[in-house]
Design a protein around this ligand. Structure first.
Ligand code: COA
Length: 168
């Protein structure tokens, strides 16, 4: 069975990789699909987000990383895949994920959403928290792979430089 794991991944965290590794043991092919998510105004471009996953991913059979900028149901149709993978960390994820899963189903009744729980050491992780901690000078080393860590620091450097320039 093949599955699509969609997300914004801004940036990808160890929690996302935990889900990717689990899914690679269960499914023949896993497409990690990086959404344009322009509504979220990501810190990293879609190309950068794809690159960070590709650079950090351990060699796992059947896992590929792609970008998409259309409705997820259209992307799934294009790929001929009927399964969507999402992750549930804490009870408060459930409401949003239920809404998303039912919205996918309303648009394509053959589409099934499958949920996996990450290792409990990652349940508090989110990409926005990583961005916030890094922006405020905190240490994110334990939460993201080394490549991502360096990219976030580079980006924050640019961010700080821009803030300094705007203040002048
Ligand atoms: N480890 C770490 N963080 C996790 C996680 C895990 N295992 N599981 C979820 N998260 C976090 C993410 O980091 C993210 O955090 P943030 O909001 O602080 O950035 C949050 O939970 C969920 O975001 P994400 O997984 O990126 O999903 P999303 O809600 O931004 O995106 C899409 C959902 C991309 C799948 C959805 O918007 C979509 O399908 N878009 C395509 C366009 C479309 O079809 N729209 C209509 C949808 S009905």
């Amino acid at each position: 069975m093949d599955i699509i794991y969609p997300g914004t991944f801004d940036p990808v965290t160890n929690g996302h990789f935990d889900i990717i590794e689990r899914s690679s043991r269960l499914f023949k092919k896993v497409i990690v699909a990086v959404a344009a998510s322009s509504g979220k105004q990501p810190m990293f471009s879609q190309t950068e987000r794809v690159e960070m996953i590709r650079e950090s991913i351990k060699p796992l059979s059947g896992v590929v990383v792609e970008a998409f900028s259309v409705l997820l149901i259209d992307y799934a149709k294009e790929k001929g895949i009927k399964n969507i993978l999402r992750s549930l960390r804490v009870a408060s994820d459930f409401e949003y994920e239920l809404q998303l899963a039912l919205m996918y189903r309303a648009q394509d009744r053959e589409l099934e959403t499958i949920f996996l729980m990450p290792n409990q050491k990652y349940i508090f992780l989110s990409s926005s928290m990583i961005r916030e901690i890094a922006r405020l000078g905190g240490d994110i080393k334990a939460f993201v792979p080394e490549y991502v860590y360096n990219e976030v620091l580079k980006k924050i450097g640019h961010y700080r430089d821009n803030v300094r320039r705007d203040r002048r």
